[in-house]
Design a protein. Structure first.
Length: 109
């Protein structure tokens, strides 16, 4: 896999180079440089949460207003609505007293 032969000029030049050790403060210096390069205008995380909550509340309010202002025609024909209104009073025709076998025997005597 090595395309460069061992006797290449690059290898001989690297052989003559002096060995260097990194400074003991190298990691600290790298991190300080990275911190200085980071954008200072970044949006804080708590602000993003409030923006998301405000967007959701706005969408929910818009949906609610749309539902309340919709002018749909009723899907039930008007003559059928009259039948439903008449049937709404049918619960008054039912028995008010529970019918149990004890009441039935007592009433029949």
């Amino acid at each position: 896999m090595n395309d460069l032969p061992e006797n290449d000029a690059l290898w001989s030049l690297l052989g003559h180079a002096r060995k260097t050790e990194p400074s003991p403060f190298f990691p600290r210096n790298v991190l300080r440089t990275v911190r200085h390069l980071s954008p200072r205008n970044a949006v804080p995380a708590h602000l993003l949460r409030w923006i998301n909550a405000a967007a959701f509340a706005t969408l929910l309010m818009g949906f609610s207003v749309t539902l309340l202002q919709s002018t749909r025609k009723p899907s039930i024909p008007s003559d059928l609505v009259e039948y439903f209104d008449l049937a709404a009073g049918l619960d008054q025709l039912t028995l008010v007293e529970d019918v149990t076998p004890a009441n039935f025997v007592h009433n029949s005597l």
